[in-house]
Structure formats: structure tokens, C-alpha cells
Design a protein around this ligand. Structure first.
Ligand SMILES: [Zn+2]
Length: 57
């Protein structure tokens, strides 16, 4: 149990670091799949989202 939650925490940290790197490169908010901008509402819900709603489905 403790291991699983730690893994989840690490994964979340990685996602945040990744989002920060994308922010530095000016790529933040662009879908990694199709390159379209991810909807603002989706990013507000999950700032670490890498794909737009269509590609995430
Ligand atoms: Zn997309």
C-alpha cells in the first residue's frame, strides 16, 4: 500500500516536472499527439495533461 502510493506520488512529480520543462520551452498546453492546443478548461482541471481531449480518449 505504502509503496503504491509512493509510486503514484513519484509519477505525479514526474508529470509536474515534465509540464514545467514544456512551459520553459513554450510548448506547454500543446497536445503531444496532434500539436493542437489543449482546451483551457482541461488544463485548469489537470495542468499536467499532455494530450487534448480527443487524443486522450
Ligand atoms: Zn491532440
Amino acid at each position: 500500500m505504502a509503496q503504491a502510493s509512493e509510486r503514484r506520488r513519484n509519477l505525479q512529480l514526474q508529470r509536474i516536472e515534465h509540464a514545467l520543462k514544456r512551459l520553459e520551452r513554450g510548448e506547454f498546453g500543446a497536445c503531444i499527439e496532434c500539436g493542437e492546443w489543449i482546451a483551457k478548461g482541461r488544463l485548469e482541471l489537470d495542468p499536467t495533461a499532455l494530450k487534448c481531449i480527443e487524443c486522450a480518449e
